[in-house]
Design a protein around this ligand. Structure first.
Ligand code: SF4
Ligand code: SF4
Length: 353
């Protein structure tokens, strides 16, 4: 839509200006790590951050949410759809890809009204990643190193200023009446070209094959012995899914008050890596072993999401690798499957099954 320049010195005033109109959320430093949290003062915002413990999805899919309230005596139910005008500042490009996937998931089939309500009232200000955030990230391999066109504003750090790409009317509204921005000069354009040209070589590919081969590799790997090997070491703790920006599974419970007449239905984050997740009526568990649960997770990330939504389910953020106490990582898993496939082991295992 348009492109502007904002001096870094104007950022605190802009954040204060935004805070008068919206709930403002962004990366903040907490005990040596970074978390997305509501910004109480502009000083708390850290736009130059490696990565956050939890992705910004927690503002679109809260960890715990009331879906509706009910009264068993009057048989009344009341939908509980909550939202608050929110600006999320400093979203990394991989997390923008994850939000793109969540948008698609929650708009397909039965539209998720709760997600939609949060999403429609959220304005996303992304920031260009100019260097890798942590050793576990592999965004270049997953094609998420450049921002998808879902941002409302996109910032690029130009040293003493930010390039501000306006991507939508919602983004434009964040700048309306804010005067400390201006149109770029030819030097500004030269600077942005230089910054972008220098960025790419700083990132490395970490998969040993092209990501377009991943769905076929996983299809061939259904009976790989690697799943049992991962199952032997996995703790089944579910940390990997809790930190993942593309995971969205939840559990639903009815909570009845002491009078046994009124209550609420809530949903909370759940995890396919936890033992009881796939248990159905009669006590049958479709994925009773950690091996099966690990296979399911990696199949979803590299194959099932692509087939269902046209978008790959892993954005290469590396959070799950950083969170896993026994060092199970997508990169090692996918590369090991590829190595076994090249050696013919996977085809052999598929034939024997
Ligand atoms: S699977 Fe791991 S690396 Fe991929 S998006 Fe989820 S947390 Fe990030
Ligand atoms: S974080 Fe690691 S140990 Fe825990 S469930 Fe995930 S893969 Fe298993």
């Amino acid at each position: 839509m348009s492109f502007k320049i904002m001096p870094k010195a104007a950022l605190p005033d802009w954040v204060t200006w935004l805070k008068n109109r919206y709930r403002v959320v962004g990366p903040t430093a907490r005990q040596g790590q970074y978390v997305f949290a509501e910004i109480a003062s502009p000083d708390e915002l850290v736009l130059d951050y490696p990565t956050s413990v939890l992705p910004p999805k927690k503002y679109l899919l809260p960890q715990r949410e009331t879906l509706f309230t009910f009264d068993a005596q009057s048989m009344q139910m009341k939908a509980n759809i909550e939202w608050e005008p929110t600006v999320i500042l400093g979203v990394h490009t991989c997390d923008m890809h994850a939000i793109r996937l969540l948008d698609k998931v929650h708009a397909t089939g039965y539209t998720d009204q709760h997600y939609q309500a949060h999403r429609q009232h959220t304005t996303l200000v992304s920031i260009e990643c100019l260097s890798p955030c942590m050793e576990q990230s592999f965004c270049k391999s997953m094609g998420t190193l450049t921002v998808p066109e879902d941002y409302d504003l996109h910032l690029t750090d130009l040293g003493d200023s930010y390039g501000v790409d306006v991507g939508s009317e919602k983004g434009e509204a964040l700048l309306q009446g804010f005067t400390a921005i201006w149109d770029p000069t030819s030097e500004d354009y030269q600077r942005i070209n230089k910054v972008m040209a220098e960025k790419w070589p700083r990132f490395s590919y970490r998969l040993n094959f092209d990501v377009t081969e991943l769905p076929d590799l996983l299809a061939l790997s259904n009976n790989s012995s690697l799943w049992n090997e991962l199952g032997d070491i996995c703790l089944g703790c579910g940390q990997c899914t809790k930190v993942c920006p593309t995971c969205y599974c939840f559990d639903v419970r009815d909570e009845v008050d002491l009078s046994l007449t009124k209550g609420q239905r809530t949903r909370t984050w759940d995890s396919c890596q936890i033992d009881r997740f796939a248990t159905v009526a009669g006590g049958h568990n479709f994925r009773s072993t950690r091996a099966l649960r690990n296979r399911h997770r990696f199949m979803r990330k590299g194959k099932y999401h692509l087939e269902a939504y046209g978008l790959i389910g892993c954005v290469g953020c590396g959070r799950c690798a950083a969170a896993c106490l026994v060092h199970i990582t997508p990169v090692d898993t996918f590369n090991e499957l590829y190595r076994r496939h090249k050696k013919g082991e996977i085809l052999e295992e598929a034939k024997q099954a």
